[in-house]
Design a protein around this ligand. Structure first.
Ligand code: DAH
Length: 350
């Protein structure tokens, strides 16, 4: 009897190991574990086993049964992983799972990217087509990058603690840290890095990012907003390149009707400096009107020199504008706060 059980075990395991498909597996199950299978037949013969041998044979019987059942579970699990739902359906051990069926929980709110993220991507794309690479810089900056190297002198009103988020006390710290108030900081970082690495100029980058100013929040102001900075330094870059770049951008982004206007202005880090406006129709059918977009100019020689670039050899232009401003213009959004409140009733309209 023990020999029979040993044979059932070794044959059973060997056949199971060579079962090639779901059919073979089921045939095996019927032959070994089924009600008329080999194991049941052996159990039926327990009656004829001598009383003294019964405990040993019974124990062996249980071992063989467990070994075959365990192996069967293991092989059929491996099969269902390999063959997917159809195997489950054929064998009928588990509910059929069709991975291609839509989920039970109907998702009615399909998400989308935030309007500001999409506008930023569109802008990056337009400038990328003009050859601008994307650069980034830290939001936690220091006054060296936010002011000093941008030619903004110590007594300049823009450096007043009232108008900035200083992290260190500027009166008592050598190089006080602050949340950057403009993305112009990235100009300095990029020029410093290019000079240190010996890779530039030429330099042609844009840098979209967050900036922080302690403004009172209203329909057009927020303590955090986004800017897009541009910087192009090469031999012989002129104001004409600046204007044609901005013009090209306006038409690519707003359509062939868009116009650009420069008005002379002042920034410590550019000379000459200008503000630039865009003429666009805010809503379809509206008369086009001018909106102020940002500042620009030819990079001040003092800024180039501070970064180790010879202003006799290289010239460049820079510009910076607010992304919210532009998004509000393009999409007719009346209040900047809508962009940060994350109210789905607003976001779903865009
Ligand atoms: N950083 C200026 C601001 O925040 C904008 C600006 C003006 C950026 C002139 C420039 C520039 O690069 O050339 O108001």
């Amino acid at each position: 009897m023990l020999d029979t059980l040993n044979t059932i075990e070794s044959d059973g395991l060997a056949e199971l190991a060579s079962a090639a498909d779901a059919d073979a597996l089921e045939q095996w199950r019927i032959a070994y574990l089924g009600t008329r299978g080999k194991l049941k037949a052996a159990m039926g013969r327990m009656k004829s086993v001598a009383k003294a041998d019964k405990p040993a044979v019974g124990k062996r019987m249980n071992e063989v049964k467990k070994a075959l059942e365990d192996k069967f579970q293991q092989v059929s699990a491996a099969f269902s992983v390999k063959m997917g739902a159809s195997f489950d359906a054929e064998v009928g051990h588990r509910p059929r799972i069709d991975m291609t069926e839509p989920g039970l929980i109907e998702s009615r709110h399909v998400g989308r990217r935030h309007i500001l993220a999409r506008v930023r991507e569109e802008l990056v794309e337009v400038f990328a087509r003009m050859g601008f690479a994307v650069a980034t810089g830290p939001e936690l900056e220091d006054d060296e990058h936010n002011f000093v190297k941008l030619n903004i002198p110590a007594d300049h009103p823009a450096r007043d603690p009232i108008d900035n988020f200083y992290v260190d006390n500027p009166a008592r710290t050598e190089r006080p840290r602050m949340l950057r108030s403009q993305t112009s900081t990235v100009q300095i970082r990029v020029m410093d890095a290019a000079v240190a690495a010996g890779t530039g100029p030429p330099i042609k980058i844009i840098s979209p990012g967050r900036v922080y100013r302690p403004d009172t929040v209203d329909a057009t102001h927020h303590f955090m907003f986004h800017q897009l900075e541009g910087l192009y330094i090469d031999r012989g870059v002129s104001m004409v390149d600046l204007k044609s770049t901005l013009f090209h951008f306006a038409r690519a982004y707003f359509g062939p009707e868009a116009q650009v206007r420069l008005r002379s202005s002042f920034f410590p880090f550019t000379e000459p400096s200008a503000e630039f406006d865009l003429k666009i129709a805010l809503k379809p059918g509206d008369e086009p009107d001018w909106i102020e977009l940002g500042g620009c100019g030819m990079v001040h020689p003092a800024v180039l020199t501070a970064c180790g670039i010879d202003p006799e050899e290289w010239t460049g232009f820079a510009f910076g504008f607010g992304i919210e401003r532009l998004a509000m213009g393009k999409y007719g959004i009346p209040d900047i706060r809508l962009l940060f409140e994350n109210d789905l009733r607003f976001l779903q309209q865009l």
